[in-house]
Design a protein. Structure first.
Length: 159
């Protein structure tokens, strides 16, 4: 098992125990997490059922990570966390969650979420980082979704 640690802007954090599928320290990771309870996103626009699987994709050189939610072999959605910095070690994947997220539905439609959660005193450097991440995520969401789905298929995503 490996720990995924999400650090919020207020400094608090949440840890999740995940199954490592691919771990390249200092570079890339894919972790599997079974969703233990129903998760509602965007005011219920997305419902991730209990028992579905999250394949979490992390990169050191991207300003975001991607949660690929699947039920069986069907993609429920991609949930992209704007993040900085991501650290990848053998025993830990850790990132700072910058509050803003992008939801990509199975048709490839992208929606920006949670911009209203940004604190008024957020630094200009972080605002620039968020803008860069949103530009990347919103410019080609279908291409990103196809890439993530292809990578996830390399693993037994439904188990």
């Amino acid at each position: 098992m490996i720990t995924e640690r999400k650090i919020r802007l207020d400094g608090s954090h949440e840890d999740f125990m995940c199954e490592p599928l691919l771990v390249r320290p200092g570079e890339r990771a894919i972790l599997r997490y079974r969703v233990d309870r129903e998760w509602r996103v965007a005011g219920g626009a997305l419902v991730v059922p209990a028992g579905s699987v999250n394949l979490a994709h992390y990169w050191m050189d991207r300003p975001y990570n991607v949660y690929h939610f699947v039920e069986g072999r069907r993609t429920i959605a991609l949930y992209c966390n704007v993040a900085e910095p991501t650290a990848i070690r053998e025993d830990l994947v850790e990132y700072v969650d910058l509050a803003v997220d992008v939801l990509i539905d199975p048709k490839g439609t992208a929606t920006v979420l949670d911009e209203d959660e940004l604190p008024a005193d957020l630094s200009p450097a972080r605002r620039k980082h968020i803008a860069r991440a949103l530009e990347e995520l919103m410019s080609h969401p279908r291409r990103l979704a196809a890439h993530i789905e292809e990578e996830s298929r390399r693993y037994d995503i439904g188990s």
